[in-house]
Every structure is written in C-alpha cells, then in structure tokens.
Design a protein. Structure first.
Length: 259
C-alpha cells in the first residue's frame, strides 16, 4: 500500500510530462510508442548534425541509429511494409559513412573535409531521390491511388522527412548547401506540426535541428575547396622541375664554352 502511492505519483507525473510535450500518455497505446520513437529519432538527428558540423565520423553512426530507432523499429513493430521506406533510408547514412571516409583523417574521428560545389546534376539527383523516398513512404498506397487523398500537410511532411535524411548525402560529399537543405526541411516539419498537432516536444526538436544546421553551415564556411591545394602543389613541383632542367642545360653550355 505504501509502495503503490509513490508509483502512482510517478506515473501521473510522467503522463503529465508526456501529455505536455507530445500530447500523448502511456495509456494511448501504440501511438504513444510511435511518437516517442519519432522524437528519439529526431533527437539523434540533432546530435548527428552537431557532430558532423565538427566533421566527426561518430555523427554517421548516430544517424544510422536514428533510422533504426525511428522508421526501422516502427516498421518492424507495426507494419512490415514500412521496411520499403526504412531500408533505403538506412542506406543514406551508410553511404555517408563510406563517403566521409574518403576524406583525410585528422585525429581519431575528425575528417579534413573539402567543399564541393553544387552542380546541376547533383541538384537534379537530389530532387529525384526525394521523389523516390516519398513514393516509398506511401508504399502500397502508391498503386491503389490512396496517395491522391493525402492532404497537403502530409505531402509536405513526407518530403520534409525525406529531405532531413537526404541532406546528409550532400553533407557527406562536402556540399555546404546540404546544411541549408537540412534547415529548410526541419522548418517545414516544424510548420506542419504546428498546424496539425502542436506538440511542444516535436516543435522543440525541429527548432534544435534547424539551429544545428545553421551552426554546421557557419562552421563549414572556411573549408578549403576540393582539389584546390593539390593542384597548386602539383603545378609548383612541375615548375621547379622545369627550372632545374633549364639550369642544368645552362650549366652544360657554360662548361663547354669555358673549355
């Protein structure tokens, strides 16, 4: 009897806290779990963005974990068809981990990233990739015209969710504008949640992600351009070789003249 009272108080406090932040309680069943999984996933995205702003490899492992915690577990627990979307989404941070490893390592986990400019083909590829991810998110509804009944808010949310993870592909390649895409996607999700379900917890997480993206964009402003320094070094070495060859030729001519 004495133990049940504190437990009830703790449960009541937790329920009140969750209801304030996420408009859900432990009694709300699967929706409660899904909301918490989504929140945990976005929290890990925020941590990943902070780490990658400092060019830290651990950011990619954190991003992989965010996909597992969010879309992957939700699909395994509630709807296996969700794996159609979750598995390709998981490939994005795995690609990022591989692509980031191409940069020179400086210390234990930090990479010497060089900036890559945005090209027309990379922009087109990003748009096509976002469309494919949204199509996979709709899953079977894409084939029975169910997606046609989706509201504009759903479309914006699906594209924004896809863009949050796809932006890290640009970041993995050293494209500074990837941080801007992440910020825009987070703000879009923020607006949608504010309009349809103003959960303070999710709103706060998207604000933090947008701020982390702005932070990453600011930190990457001084990164060197891709292949700028190696080309200069190569040209300098070639010039020195030509200069030495000319000097050797002049020395030979002078030696013959003296004889």
């Amino acid at each position: 009897m004495h133990l049940s009272l504190p437990i009830d108080r703790v449960k009541s406090t937790v329920d009140s806290f969750l209801e304030t932040l996420f408009m859900a309680t432990a009694d709300s069943g699967s929706s409660y779990v899904q909301i918490l999984l989504s929140a945990a996933s976005m929290l890990l995205v925020f941590v990943s963005a902070i780490l990658l702003a400092h060019r830290n490899d651990l950011g990619w492992w954190t991003l992989i974990l965010s996909v597992f915690v969010g879309p992957m577990i939700s699909a395994l627990q509630y709807d296996l068809l969700g794996l159609i979307y979750a598995i390709p989404l998981l490939l994005l941070p795995i690609f990022g981990l591989w692509r980031f490893s191409q940069f020179m390592l400086n210390g234990k986990f930090t990479r010497e990233v060089t900036k890559t400019p945005v090209t027309l083909w990379s922009a087109v590829g990003m748009v096509v990739g976002l469309i494919l991810l949204v199509a996979l998110r709709f899953g079977p509804f894409l084939f029975n015209s169910g997606f046609l009944t989706a509201t504009p808010e759903v479309w914006v949310m699906y594209f924004a969710d896809a863009a949050i993870f796809a932006s890290f592909v640009m970041i993995a390649r050293g494209v500074r504008e990837g941080w801007l895409l992440l910020a825009v996607a987070a703000i879009a999700d923020l607006v949608v949640y504010f309009l349809i379900s103003p959960m303070l917890g999710m709103l706060g997480l998207y604000v933090f992600i947008a701020l982390a993206a702005a932070y990453g964009y600011f930190l990457w402003r001084g990164l060197p351009a891709q292949a700028a320094e190696p080309v200069q070094v190569e040209l300098d070495e070639e010039g020195l070789a030509l200069q030495k060859a000319k000097q050797a030729t002049l020395d030979k001519l002078n030696a013959k003249t003296e004889k």
